[in-house]
Design a protein around this ligand. Sequence first.
Ligand code: NAP
Ligand code: G3H
Length: 484
Amino acid sequence: MGTNVLNLSSYKFYSNGEWKESLSGETINIMSPYLSEVIGKVQAITKEEVDEAIYSAHEAQKLWAEFSLQQRASYLYKWADELVSRQEEIAEMIMKEVGKSFKDAKSEVTRTADFIRYTIEEALHMHGESMRGESFPGGSKNKIAIVDRVPLGVVLAISPFNYPVNLAAAKIAPALMAGNAVIFKPATQGAISGTKMIEALDETGLPNGLVNLVTGKGSVIGDYLVEHKGINMISFTGGTQTGVRLAKKSAMVPLVLELGGKDPGIVCEDADLKEAAKQIISGAFSYSGQRCTAIKRVLVNENVADELVGLLKEEVERLTVGSPEDGCTIVPLIDKKSADFIQILIADALGHGAEVVIGNKRERNLIHPTLLDYVTGEMRVAWEEPFGPVLPIIRVSSDEEAIKLANESEYGLQASIFTKDVNKAFAIANKMEAGSVQINGRTERGPDHFPFIGIKGSGIGVQGIRKSIESMTREKVTVLNLTE
Ligand code: NAP
Ligand code: G3H
């Protein structure tokens, strides 16, 4: 343990249990997306400092693997408690750093504490199995296999900006309970919030070197981390382009990738349109649509499209637009580049004949919630992930057409189906190329113990508490050969 903050706004990185300034002498300014001012600086660490962190992680892991589950649990319970007691301070930083409303930022912190506690309980209740040799033809009853799970070693956890605490802890907690050490590389925009989360972990007296926080731009240290021979598993959440690059760079290392999405909301002719509109708008626009699981296109039966569009418009009119400090749902996007991208998508759609139902207004990084009707397959917004508050509406003539369009996407994270007919819902769900399908509800990751899966361009592997622990361990078989 030690002090972290150098001065009011400069944060150290964390390696081998110490808070350090980088020998690079370089720091990265973190600009608030809505205050338009620098709220702090983080260290741009060197490759040698990455090496040292990974070395200390390996040393620490050897001892940690010997700790009992109850011993590991005691640190993680303290971490969860510490996060709750610091929730106001951490939430304030999440709000300032990534522009999430204070209420949502606070619930991100409490959700994280709940996640950690559930992870502990899950790990405590996971068991291996034993197998009898005699079950196989010619096998002997004197041969007994004990199949258990063992840690992988050092897990590289790379997280995105939009849940800087929750999506990081969702990797760190299962890694630790499984007996691994961790190298945590936060998104640069989000690194101060991540630092505050690690300060809370440091407070528990966790053994030195077990968790290391390495800060620096992904474009500078990302490849070095991913290709490092000292990394035994990578758990990555972020954009598809980054994920694909990472998959190509890493070699012979287990990977879990949770990537982008283009989740469709399919509205059938018999849907409860009012309820569907509520779910779609909440799914599409919360935190300005900066969620991998946001509904990113509506595929609606043409016979009910006019009515649905009217209801969607009414729901959009209820959204609050402005500062996260005022608790608004629609807040400035993470940076100017992201807002520019949304505008390009809107302009392209309008150029190809789409119509604005509401929105298409911009003030700096703040894009007002925008509904686009009469979107077709020739428009970029039909296929690309905006990560912002724009929702394309595609009118379809049948459920089959909706399924076809939904599956033509390069992504496969989640999908929502709105219908009153449960048989139809299952028939459509069975045909969807997506990790999860929601029936009559918005697309979302939680509750966090459910398996969370991206297929196609949306990822590889599974998260969700038990699944995360499994992904960070491997099975090991010890065979007992008894004598008669
Ligand atoms: P991003 O730009 O891909 O960044 C994600 C992380 O990767 C950051 O920590 C980033 O560091 C790092 N990184 C960048 N280049 C790297 C490299 N060459 N090697 C290793 N790491 C590198 O994504 P984002 O903008 O933070 O997040 C938005 C995207 O994430 C969206 O596409 C969204 O759908 C997706 N997402 C998916 C899920 C899911 O569970 N499926 C959840 C949340 C978000 P720097 O910040 O330093 O560049
Ligand atoms: O941004 C991606 C997150 O995994 C989405 O989580 O559905 O709880 O907002 P969420």
